[in-house]
Write a protein that binds this ligand. Structure first.
Ligand SMILES: Nc1ncnc2c1ncn2[C@@H]1O[C@H](COP(=O)(O)OP(=O)(O)OP(=O)(O)O)[C@@H](O)[C@H]1O
Ligand SMILES: [Mg+2]
Length: 124
């Protein structure tokens, strides 16, 4: 199991959501965050030049997925989030030791939301 975290542009959230649901991934946590991705803005001042480190609004997706869905999640995020411009975001993949579904006590793969059954068409 992996924990996939992706930081994306807020204006691409809808496309990322749709791409993830199309890939069969439906257990997702989403947070508004502030991020800095290395871009530096050089501002001229009367006493010299300063580098501004700006934090921009971003949205973070987090999803726990079983191994067969890791690449599908990455592909879906890239498909939904990519504009080709600097600042499209980043994906972090971490090993995940344990998952527990609180309602049933199921653990690990059994605790992850079933990802292959697509009986309904979700609407966003
Ligand atoms: N090394 C990092 N650690 C933690 N968060 C990061 C890191 N790099 C980027 N982020 C997060 O991702 C957001 C988007 O980063 P960004 O798209 O600028 O990444 P990048 O690697 O600089 O790519 P690009 O060259 O397209 O700008 C940042 O605002 C920040 O929230
Ligand atoms: Mg950057």
């Amino acid at each position: 199991m992996k924990l996939v975290t992706a930081v994306v542009r807020p204006e691409r959230v809808q496309q990322v959501k749709e791409a993830l649901f199309q890939a069969g991934i439906s257990g997702i946590t989403l947070s508004r965050v502030s991020g800095h991705g290395g871009e530096q803005e050089v501002v001229e001042h009367y006493r010299g030049t300063r580098v501004m480190v700006e934090f921009r609004d971003k949205v973070e997706f987090r999803m726990a997925v079983s191994e067969p869905f890791v690449q599908a999640a990455i592909d879906a995020i890239c498909r939904g989030a990519r504009t080709g411009e600097v600042g499209d975001g980043k994906i972090f993949v971490q090993n995940l030791d344990r998952v527990v579904r609180i309602r049933t006590g199921e653990e690990d793969s059994a605790a992850l939301t079933p990802v292959t059954e697509k009986k309904l068409t979700p609407s966003f």
